[in-house]
Design a protein around this ligand. Sequence first.
Ligand code: NI
Length: 129
Amino acid sequence: MIHRRKKIAMIEKVNLEEKFSLFQGHWEPKIVGEVNDSHVKLVKFKGEFLWHQHEGEDELFFVVKGSMVVKLRDRDIDLEENEFVIIPKGVEHKPVAKDEVHVMLFEPKTTLNTGDMESERTLRTLERI
Ligand code: NI
């Protein structure tokens, strides 16, 4: 019973606008929550990322503000505000944003931002906000 009360006390709602105001950098995802074995992350993109794939993880991109393109090898997926796409594991992709875009990611905790590509942009430890 005590255990259950503690859990209830930890439940807090999250305001995306407020969270996005806490950081500036691009391509640096921040953890804002967890759901079972997945993380909910917020990230700002601007410019081009690198081609990569995630061997074992599906990755969800949800555009909160702005717009972006998720490039695939055979086509581009234009994402506008309030739209999301799920990139299945093993599919090469490259996020591109002409102007800054605010994105929510939902993906397994094991997911590395650059997937199978080791780069100076690879982040092994993510900040929690
Ligand atoms: Ni990815």
